[in-house]
Ligand binder design. Structure first.
Ligand SMILES: Cc1cc2nc3c(=O)[nH]c(=O)nc-3n(C[C@H](O)[C@H](O)[C@H](O)COP(=O)(O)O)c2cc1C
Length: 402
């Protein structure tokens, strides 16, 4: 701690009071040393019972995750986790970043003889194809619409190469943990999750969420299961890449066979947690569930999902609620959409400012995704699986069902 620093103490009730140096509590010193503020910050941790903490920077030694709260005796294999990471990795096709990472996962703890022990599961992926030199110009200038400026503004220091923790490499931990969550959901309740590219820029796919399969999604490099538009999407991304530019779009995801009753009103409503999960992905700028913003154009009489009984199950004839009512799953398919912006790093000169605030022109190098959507598909699935696994265990803990 800096000498002569004043301490601003936030007590348990959340109220601030100035105290002398050396007072008890969690504290830190801001640059300049005159004000010290603190609070418990665990911004890399997600989930309540099925909880993950990701760690690592883009161009550091490696990235990974600790999964805490996974029930014991769940069958987990390295191959299953690796399969998800292979769908996420860069260099997988000509329309993704050409950074060639094998992204081989190592299970460091929490699994023995193929079964979870109930103890923390630590997963590690080493970085091997990092070219830090590609980022030298970013030491002195901020990329427009990337995280260089805001990380510097917040922490007063940043990992320059690859965007540090703002890089999509951070999501390796999420996807690896998501593979375990997905397994838990499948074995416990038969839940299956499928995400796919719904739109690239203005090219929109027609997809039936109740029937789409992962095999169909994986049949094209753009991960769009609509044959009528998939090639046009690929051509657009190809042309945009050649021009050194980027495009964005929308990913839609469905979770099927989710039992009625998941979700914790009021603040942890299921769609609120799903929204937070997807909006926490890099480059994600919008979230919708069910009819979303389009539903606002309908009357209530047109929009309502009418109930009926099917055998012993209560169902709805339509699914504009996207499988969630009152923040709780209703047993229909859960349908969400996430909007991803065009990749910030474009390979053409752009006006910006340097670290001293002076105008400059930036021409970046490096290997970047011309469109983040194809690789974001497994990330969306992973985040959805993490939320549903957590809510399944929360439901089980409070109400004893599932
Ligand atoms: C799958 C995926 C790949 C990405 N690849 C890149 C990339 O190659 N270059 C880049 O500038 N941003 C990329 N991003 C986005 C940045 O990580 C993100 O824009 C940055 O952290 C700033 O955060 P924000 O866009 O959410 O504000 C990628 C995002 C995802 C989901």
């Amino acid at each position: 701690m800096k000498k002569n620093a004043r301490i601003f103490h936030i007590n348990r009730e959340g109220e601030g009071a100035e105290e002398d140096e050396g007072a008890e509590g969690t504290r830190g010193v801001l640059e300049g040393g005159t004000v010290v503020a603190w609070a418990t910050v665990v911004a890399s941790t997600f989930g309540e019972i099925f909880r993950i903490a990701t760690w690592g920077e883009s161009h550091g030694a490696g990235v990974g995750v600790v999964v805490d709260g996974c029930p014991p005796r769940l069958a987990i294999s390295r191959e299953e986790i690796q399969g998800e990471l292979d769908r996420r990795r860069p260099g997988q096709s000509r329309i993704t970043s050409h950074r060639d990472e094998a992204d081989q996962v190592e299970i460091l703890s929490g699994v023995e003889d193929g079964l979870s022990l109930g103890t923390p599961i630590a997963l590690l992926v080493r970085n091997s194809d990092a070219r830090s030199g590609d980022y030298d110009e970013l030491r002195t200038a901020y990329r427009p619409s990337h995280a260089d400026y805001t990380y510097q503004a917040k922490y007063g220091i940043r990992a320059v190469a690859g965007g540090g923790r703002a890089s999509a490499r951070e999501t390796i931990g999420r996807v690896a943990a998501g593979a375990i969550a997905r397994k838990l959901l499948a074995e416990t309740a038969g839940i299956e999750i499928v995400a796919y590219v719904k739109r690239v820029c203005d090219i929109e796919a027609a997809v039936d969420p109740s029937a789409v399969t992962r095999a169909k999604v994986e049949s094209t490099i753009v991960r769009c299961p609509d044959d009528n538009v998939a090639q046009a999407m690929i051509d657009l991304i190809d042309a945009t890449r050649k021009a050194g530019d980027s495009v964005g779009g929308v990913i839609e995801a469905v979770a099927r066979k989710v039992p009625a009753g998941l979700g914790e009103p009021v603040f942890d409503r299921l769609e609120a947690d799903l929204g937070k999960a997807l909006l926490s992905l890099p480059a994600c700028k919008g979230f919708e569930s069910g009819s979303g913003f389009a539903g606002t154009r309908l009357r209530g009489s047109q929009h309502n999902d009418i109930f009926y009984s099917e055998s012993s199950r209560i169902r709805t004839r339509t699914n504009r609620s996207g499988g969630i009512q009152g923040g709780i799953s209703n047993g229909e398919d859960i349908i969400v959409r996430a909007a991803f912006k065009p990749t910030a790093t474009v390979l053409m000169p752009q006006e910006t400012v340097d670290v001293e605030g002076k105008s400059t022109t930036l021409k970046v190098r490096g290997r970047h995704d011309p469109c983040v959507l194809p690789r974001a598909v497994p990330m969306v699935e992973a985040m959805m699986a993490l939320v549903l696994a957590d809510h399944l265990l929360r439901q089980r803990g409070q109400c004893g069902r599932f």
